[in-house]
Design a binder for this molecule. Structure first.
Ligand SMILES: Nc1ncnc2c1ncn2[C@@H]1O[C@H](COP(=O)(O)OP(=O)(O)OP(=O)(O)O)[C@@H](O)[C@H]1O
Ligand SMILES: [Mg+2]
Length: 298
């Protein structure tokens, strides 16, 4: 291990001490970077496609974007993009590489932080790993406008962690009843267990906008009846064979079929995200990592 690696290891091994007595004054955080988690209760509803396409469009519009593959253990951003990263998040967490050594450049000029695929240890990040990641990302945020966090599905610890890393959460649902109930369960746990209050809903694989709006209405009614949360409709992506074609070609839909039915909706959602005013942080929340926490059970 080189000297920088050794230093990183020492720092990591003494994380708790550093947390109490930071050795250097921390840099001012960039409160303008928008950290957006793309998440879902049910798997396979289109999170990775959505995160990657939105990241691509915003990059093409001149924004500085990082796509963070947070499906730690089961990475698939690289598969969707047809890239084979040499290093991934596990190298950062083991102190073998820095973030800048692991980040790669993707289509449209976006940056990508690849996850590790098939590494059991990555499926439940330890407290130390979570702190390391926050610290590394913190150093990067000054050079970013958007960070999209493509999470795994469900309610496992990692998924909760990465959702709370973000200030904005897009919950992806499909019109299938199981996707709706799982989406509601995720919102409920993020709200009741971790204090998240605002959610954006994106309906994927809808037949048309009417169906998507109905799906959103059903979800928001249940959430409003039982939870004290704000649920906002951010748009929909229709069921479109162009999506599957682009996945098979390991290219992004917005790049190769921008005027397809689904492609047009991605542009509208990206536009809406840009227009959306960054809502004021809630009282007492940190500026950048709005909801950051470390698992209570760690
Ligand atoms: N709008 C769409 N129209 C048609 N097919 C779609 C659409 N969105 C996604 N798909 C299909 O669903 C598959 C799964 O999408 P994706 O990998 O993005 O889901 P995911 O939510 O990230 O899954 P996981 O939970 O496993 O991470 C895609 O490979 C694609 O074939
Ligand atoms: Mg995925």
């Amino acid at each position: 291990m080189d000297q920088a690696g050794v230093l990183r290891k020492i720092k990591r091994d003494n994380k708790d001490i550093y947390a109490i007595n930071p050795p250097v004054k921390r840099k001012k955080r960039n409160s303008d970077v928008r950290v957006i988690a793309v998440t879902s209760g049910k798997g396979g509803v289109g999170k990775t496609n959505i995160a990657a396409n939105l990241a691509y469009i915003l990059s093409k519009w001149g924004k500085r974007v990082l796509l963070l593959d947070a499906d730690a253990g089961l990475a698939n951003v690289d598969v969707i993009l047809g890239i084979t990263p040499q290093h991934n998040m596990s190298h950062i967490l083991h102190g073998e590489k820095t973030l800048s050594e692991v980040i790669i450049h993707g289509p449209g000029g976006m940056k990508i932080l690849p996850a590790a695929s098939g590494i059991q240890e990555m499926t439940e990040l330890s407290r130390g790993h979570k702190l390391t990641l926050i610290e590394e990302l913190d150093d990067l945020n000054e050079n970013l406008d958007f960070m999209f966090v493509d999470t795994g599905a469900g309610i496992a610890g990692n998924v909760m962690y990465f959702n709370m890393l973000a200030k904005e959460i897009i919950v992806v649902v499909s019109p299938e009843p199981t996707s709706l109930t799982d989406g509601y369960a995720l919102i409920k746990i993020l709200h009741q267990g971790y204090g998240a209050k605002r959610f954006m809903i994106l309906v994927n694989m809808a037949n048309n906008s009417g169906e998507a709006v109905n799906v959103y209405k059903r979800l928001s009614k249940t959430a409003n009846d039982f939870l004290n949360v704000s649920i906002e409709y951010i748009g929909y992506v229709p069921c479109d064979t162009s999506v599957q074609k682009s996945v098979r070609q390991q290219s992004l839909l917005s790049e190769i079929f921008p005027s397809s039915k689904a492609g047009r909706q991605f542009f509208l959602i990206a536009e809406k995200l840009c227009m959306k005013q960054v809502e004021e942080s809630e009282k007492g929340m940190m500026k950048f990592f709005g909801n950051v926490f470390v698992d209570r059970n760690d």
